[in-house]
Write a protein that binds this ligand. Structure first.
Ligand code: MG
Length: 245
């Protein structure tokens, strides 16, 4: 019997706090995920029907997602792109994206720690991305919650900066398992750090042996052509898969 609420479950306390899930909370969580998955399916269908490649960029705060996107958009030039920016507060990132000329919508999640498919669906309505374009969704900086929420994207792309330590894939395995590509960013800083790049790669592959990994520097442009090549090849794969349906 739980001594705090009497719910009949064994009590687990950490620092004297009440830390177990109640059946009603679990049911609510299932309901939220089912609703999210329904919206995600609708988003995915819309993207595929329009030939849009949607990528969901996830990382901890400060890994360099926005700088990477700005560089990516600059390098993609006239290729039609649109961006959805997720942050708890401010329009700073959407402002940085719009400065490149790409259309962007900012979602502020307030207390929320991740984007969900319903919010993204509304942002897509506002953006109305062009057929056959690239849609980049920059999720709220957080290596935990965004892993569990399908937004209807074709792929999650996890961005990890070389300053974050080699063991992040092992500490946050859900995110690295959910991603299809890892971009190891800020490679320009490697000469100043003791970071073992090979160990980051090995740890990421321990969690997800199928993971594609590209080392990049949004600052110097190192590896950026490989990333652009991945985007274009992935879009071509999606287009031919859709045509074959
Ligand atoms: Mg950002």
């Amino acid at each position: 019997m739980c001594g705090t609420c009497g719910c009949g479950e064994g009590q687990m306390t950490i620092d004297g706090k009440h830390h177990h899930s109640h059946p009603r909370e679990i049911a609510l969580e299932r309901d939220i995920m089912a609703k999210n998955d329904g919206y995600a399916r609708a988003n995915r269908q819309r993207f595929r029907d329009a030939g849009i490649l949607a990528l969901n960029l996830v990382s901890s705060p400060g890994a360099g997602k926005t700088a990477l996107l700005v560089k990516t958009l600059d390098m993609l030039g006239d290729t039609p792109c649109a961006v959805i920016e997720g942050d708890q507060q401010t329009t700073n990132d959407a402002d940085r994206i719009r400065a490149t000329g790409a259309p962007a919508v900012q979602i502020n999640t307030g207390k929320g720690c991740h984007l969900d498919a319903h919010l993204v669906g509304h942002a897509v309505e506002d953006l109305n991305p062009r057929p056959d374009s690239f849609l980049f969704i920059e999720n709220v900086g957080n290596l935990v919650c965004p892993a569990g929420f399908d937004l209807g994207e074709a792929h999650k792309v996890v961005v990890l900066s070389v300053t974050e330590g080699e063991d992040k894939p092992l500490k946050y395995p859900d995110m690295f398992a959910a991603a299809d590509l890892a971009l190891i960013n800020k490679a320009d800083l490697l000469p100043h750090l003791d970071t073992d790049l090979d160990l980051i790669v090995a740890n990421a592959r321990r969690v997800n042996p199928q993971l594609d990994i590209i080392t990049v520097s949004a600052k110097t442009g190192f590896g950026m052509q490989d990333w652009l090549g991945w985007i274009k090849a992935t879009h071509a794969d999606q287009q031919s898969a859709t045509a074959a349906e």
